[in-house]
Design a protein around this ligand. Structure first.
Ligand code: PMP
Length: 361
């Protein structure tokens, strides 16, 4: 820490992204990226746009906003585009929380929420998930704060139904409700159809997962135009050019070929269900994930040991040290071949574990 660093951040613990070690070629199943590259026209569009990099991008992101609005059945005024969905989540903490309006979210959820709250200097209240790691809807009916719900939740993959979220919206007319749908396209119900009915709802989505553009950093929010204008005020007050030309061009090509993304999502869901069955055969227990990852534990081996042994075999999964979920690993769904390699590696690891009498839990 330099002697210039503000005391207000002296206790700040930064968010830790999934590791990206470079010591060998890994099968990367630790950051929930899409298993498949974007549609070829995405790279072509970005390459063509690179000739115009001497010019600032359009701060209104008009063309992409119009294309995306058309695809989603919304108006451009109901959308804001951001540098990944992390950016709009941060904007939401800035815009809709303060010392009188705490953020409210589950104890086990996307690890960035408490970091945003701390960096934006807003208080937050966590509500424990139930024993089975599900969100209890009743806990959010009168929240006295701005609610942040990842749906499906991370890292469990468990989703509330749209009807359950609607109950939360109805019970909180004076609280903003942010539904983070980063993984919704892998089998959960989106709340996008509710934004015209509920002026307290902000739906956040990303191109990082279902649209294969994690490296392009493109996220968006959908809400009534008043909420969008608030978020735009924050955006214009921090970085009006938050999306660069390459990402805007890539995003347009991506949405023009959205059926390609839909097909990939279907493929990933099929691979997820195949992987689930195989993991069950090996004795793993899993949450009912509707995301592009599984959250799995094995009664015979500690989560961290599985993580380390997989890493030694060149396969990266995500292990969290948090008390309640220490036994689990979050495994992103890769290609069929990658998941076959995972299952083979786990078979070997578990067989060896049994020979040596297993490991204490
Ligand atoms: N929300 C959740 C629940 C996530 O897991 C992630 C990805 N780590 C994000 C938002 C942010 O993703 P991105 O910034 O790539 O859109």
């Amino acid at each position: 820490m330099s002697r210039f660093y503000s005391e207000k951040f002296s206790e700040l613990e930064a968010y830790v992204p999934g590791e990206q070690p470079k010591d060998q070629q890994y099968i990367k199943l630790n950051t929930n990226e899409n298993a498949y590259p974007p549609h070829p026209s995405v790279a072509e569009a970005a390459a063509a746009e690179s000739a115009r990099l001497h010019l600032y991008p359009d701060p209104e992101c008009r063309e992409l906003r119009e294309k995306l609005a058309e695809r989603l059945g919304l108006t451009p005024e109901e959308l804001i585009l951001t540098n990944g969905s992390d950016e709009i989540l941060n904007f939401a903490f800035m815009a809709f929380c303060d010392s009188h309006i705490p953020a409210v979210f589950p104890d086990i959820t996307y690890g960035f929420y408490p970091v945003f709250a701390r960096v934006d200097q807003v208080p937050f209240r966590v509500i424990p998930l139930q024993e089975d790691l599900t969100v209890r809807k009743e806990d959010y009916l009168h929240a006295a704060g701005t609610i942040f719900l990842a749906n499906p939740n991370a890292p469990t993959g468990i989703a509330l139904s749209r009807a359950e979220i609607e109950e939360i919206l109805q019970a909180n007319p004076y609280n903003a409700v942010i539904v983070d749908e980063a993984y919704v396209d892998f089998g959960a119900e989106s709340c996008l159809p509710l934004i015209r009915e509920y002026d307290n709802l902000l739906v956040v989505q990303t191109f990082s997962k279902s649209r294969s553009m994690a490296g392009g950093r493109l996220g968006f929010g959908a809400a009534n135009p008043e909420i969008i204008r608030d978020l735009d005020t924050v955006r214009y007050s921090t970085n009006p050019y938050n999306l660069d030309r390459l990402t805007l061009a890539a995003g347009i090509a991506c949405i023009e070929n959205d059926e390609y993304n839909v097909r990939n999502c279907r493929k990933i869901i099929r691979t997820r269900e195949w992987t689930r069955k195989e993991l069950e055969r090996l004795g793993f227990e899993m949450t009912p994930s509707r995301a592009n990852f599984l959250f799995a534990r094995h009664p015979g081996m500690r989560g961290e040991e599985i993580y380390l042994k997989l890493k030694a075999k060149g396969i990266l999964v995500r292990h969290f040290g948090t008390e309640r979920i220490r036994d689990y690993n979050r495994i992103s769904i890769g290609t069929e071949e990658q998941m076959e390699a995972l299952i083979q590696a786990l078979e070997k690891i578990l067989k060896k574990g049994q020979k040596t009498g297993g490991t204490e839990k």
